[in-house]
Design a protein around this ligand. Structure first.
Ligand code: FES
Length: 152
């Protein structure tokens, strides 16, 4: 059901934890299943030098957070904003269809962390930040299957 890569990232997640004095922190949640993902980024000269996460959720959410932080490290903000949940799923060599929605949290958490970074910079209006980061007001996932494993 799960690829070796998903199991690897779930059992041995990379980049877990917080970044002290993070440039941006993004927290998203799925109100249906209750999973929460918090992403921390350190930005220097427009490059994401470090990315970490804390996820309270299912195994797929942990694996996608782990791989997403690996993907965005070393990328520019612009490149990181282009990351889609599909790329995260592909990097994990697939997820069961009922778990694809979990990967959306990773994409959204990155966008929120970058939005937080822009807010801290204080150079852009909230409307501009929402536009650049593609923030949606509605974060509810209608596809959540409520099959949490209860893992932290
Ligand atoms: Fe994984 Fe909803 S985020 S079960």
């Amino acid at each position: 059901m799960y690829s070796d890569k998903v199991i690897d990232h779930y059992s041995n997640p990379r980049n877990v934890g917080e970044i002290e004095n993070a440039s941006g922190i993004g927290q998203v949640g799925n109100p249906v299943c209750g999973d929460i993902m918090k992403m921390y980024i350190k930005v220097e000269e427009d490059i994401i030098k470090d990315a970490t996460f804390k996820t309270f959720g299912c195994g797929a959410a942990i694996a996608t957070s782990s791989v997403a932080t690996e993907i965005i490290k070393g990328k520019t903000i612009e490149e990181a904003l282009k990351l889609t949940n599909k790329e995260v799923v592909d990097e994990l060599e697939g997820l069961p269809s009922a778990k694809v929605h979990c990967s959306v949290l990773a994409e959204e958490a990155i966008r929120e962390a970058i939005a937080d970074y822009y807010r801290k910079q204080g150079e852009k209006s909230e409307a501009e930040i929402k536009e650049i980061c593609g923030l949606k007001d509605e974060k509810e996932c209608p596809h959540c299957d409520l099959e949490n494993s209860g893992d932290e």
